[in-house]
Design a protein around this ligand. Structure first.
Ligand SMILES: [Zn+2]
Ligand SMILES: [Zn+2]
Length: 90
């Protein structure tokens, strides 16, 4: 099978606004957020927000607050169980 996703990949990551690299954990996200989400889940990381848990997450500031970034990942619909279904999306 040949996946021609070029046009779909013009979309932007719902978490940080970077260019998406494909479907990760249930939706289109960028490579960076995919890796971040994976590390967070696999290492069972717990973050703390030093602000009011409402930090703005974008391409340039996404590393500043992992807590808010992870919250945003969940808010936009990234799912933990998606990790086990890699490759099964239509
Ligand atoms: Zn992203
Ligand atoms: Zn924060």
């Amino acid at each position: 099978m040949d996946y021609s996703y070029d046009e779909d990949l013009d979309e932007l990551c719902p978490v940080c606004g970077d260019k998406v690299s494909g479907y990760h954990y249930g939706l289109l996200t960028c490579e960076s957020c995919k890796g971040f989400f994976k590390r967070t889940v696999q290492n069972n990381k717990h973050y703390t927000c030093t602000e009011s848990q409402s930090c703005k997450i974008d391409k340039t500031q996404r590393k500043r607050c992992p807590f808010c970034r992870f919250q945003k990942c969940l808010t936009v619909g990234m799912r933990l169980e998606g990790a086990r279904r890699a490759g099964l999306h239509p």
